[in-house]
Design a protein around this ligand. Structure first.
Ligand code: UDX
Length: 431
């Protein structure tokens, strides 16, 4: 076996840590850098700043090969390839905030043996402007590679080790070859292209997935109006190989650290060059409305929501993560509070921090006891094993809105519930 190349990873968030631990697992020495000293101290003690299934074990198993520092120097000394995995949050204008990326670029010394390998999601054209800045500052010897990351929270470790594809965008120099070699053991399809196209692949992949979600959510809304069942409709269209089955789950809308931010960034990227990206605008708007549709369903059942006690099951934007960024539960909770309802929430790992007025409890039973309605917001597997007849009996009114179409309508009705879901008019039963 060839000697594995040491690498640097700048930024120890989701993407950075998973990338670092993943390459350590493949046998690379990995030099992790973060400006957050507390985080680095915690990582040195083996404490992870995030919850991600399998990641703690991976870090533990590869501890000897993972090095943590707030100082860039060890990474610069030991590695040629410096992966950049810092945050690129949205600004007020919807453009990506690249200040953390800029700080990394500023910190690079002149060198003709290093390359920045961009993992952070950045607008198409960022690589070109970084190369321009390097050239202007006498650092023209620095190489640049775009290597977008497609991992999903909750299955990030598996996504790293078994990617659908690896995308490498570069200028055809040593750095691109070195990144290709790094990923070679994963045996994934390789798409090698120029930097701008690699950047656009990431934005387009996210946009395609979001489009599917908003599409099926609109189909769900039409199903409600016509009496059809979106779960069957999704199954029926998903068998068509040209369409495929994935990302056709109707629900309360998408959230998370990527989709909402990246959709705005792509919309803004297009708008900045004078192009009105109509499909993407609609995708974003449909999603915003979708997050609020549950309110109408509750009002249909309960009338005014003032003084009603509503239980939200699930706070994370999806199961198997504690991430609540742009989570539909927060939008729902905010709307319910402003309607005058009382909100009590349950989640096995995520916390409601930052949302005043919402009570968080430790069990599904405590959340639902005495409630006027329950909304299933995140499809945590735990919710499949709940004693629903007992829950229904302990509620003030046995109303449930299944915001993820997770539960079986017939069993829920047999359990005593007035059951509502998303796009399953046929399953609503009598009102
Ligand atoms: C996403 C992309 O999948 C990943 O490739 C990219 O690197 C980062 O963004 P992530 O945000 O972790 O990953 O979660 P994902 O599983 O894609 O789900 C995103 C949101 O879409 C969640 O809120 C989820 O509930 C929602 N979703 C997903 C649906 O509502 N319906 C679906 O059919 C699929």
């Amino acid at each position: 076996m060839h000697e594995r190349e040491p690498i640097g990873v700048i930024g120890t968030g989701y993407v950075g840590l998973v990338t670092a631990a993943g390459f350590a697992e493949l046998g690379n020495e990995v030099f992790c850098v973060d400006i957050d000293a507390d985080k680095i101290r915690g990582l040195e003690r083996g404490e992870l700043p995030i919850y991600e299934p399998g990641l703690a074990e991976l870090v533990e198993r590869n501890r000897e090969r993972m090095h943590f520092s707030t100082d860039l120097q060890p990474a610069l000394d030991q590695a040629r390839l410096l992966f950049v995995a810092v945050g690129t949050p949205p600004t007020y204008s919807g453009d990506a905030d690249l200040s953390a990326v800029d700080a990394v670029v500023d910190a690079m010394p002149p060198s003709d043996r290093h390359a920045l390998v961009m993992k952070s999601t950045v607008p198409s054209g960022t690589g070109a402007s970084i190369k321009r800045i390097f050239a202007e500052r006498g650092k023209g010897g620095f190489s640049y590679v775009s290597c977008p990351e497609f991992l999903k929270e909750g299955s990030a470790v598996a996504d790293f080790l078994h990617p659908d594809r690896v995308v490498v965008g570069d200028d055809g120099d040593w750095a691109g070859d070195a990144v290709v070699a790094l990923y070679a053991p994963l045996d994934a399809p390789l798409v090698r292209t120029d930097v701008k196209s690699a950047e656009m692949i990431k934005l387009a992949a996210n946009a395609a997935l979001m489009t599917r979600i908003s599409f099926i959510n609109e189909i769900a809304n039409v199903c409600e109006a016509t009496g059809a069942d979106v779960v069957k409709v999704a199954e029926g269209i998903g068998h068509d190989r040209r369409i495929g089955k994935s990302f056709l789950r109707a629900g309360v809308g998408f959230g998370g650290s990527c989709f909402p931010k990246d959709s705005l960034a792509l919309k803004q990227l297009a708008a900045n060059s004078g192009y009105h990206f109509q499909v993407l605008n609609a995708v974003i708007e449909v999603n915003e409305l979708q997050k609020r549709r549950v309110i109408g369903k509750l009002a249909d059942r309960l009338g005014s929501l003032r003084g009603k006690r509503i239980a939200l099951l699930g706070l994370a934007f999806k199961p198997h993560t504690d991430d609540t960024r742009e989570a539909p539960a927060f939008v729902l909770a905010g709307r319910l509070l402003s309607e005058g309802a009382g909100v009590v929430a349950w989640d096995p790992v995520a916390r409601i921090d930052g949302l005043a007025g919402v009570e968080q409890v430790a069990t599904v039973e405590a959340a639902t006891r005495g409630a006027d309605a329950v909304v299933l917001v995140t499809e945590w597997p735990e919710l499949a094993d709940v004693d629903w007849p007992a829950i229904a009996a302990a509620m003030r009114r046995p109303v449930i809105v299944d915001g993820r179409n997770m539960l079986d309508p017939d069993s829920m009705r047999a359990a005593g519930f007035q059951y509502d879901a998303i796009g399953r008019a046929a399953s609503n039963g009598p009102r």
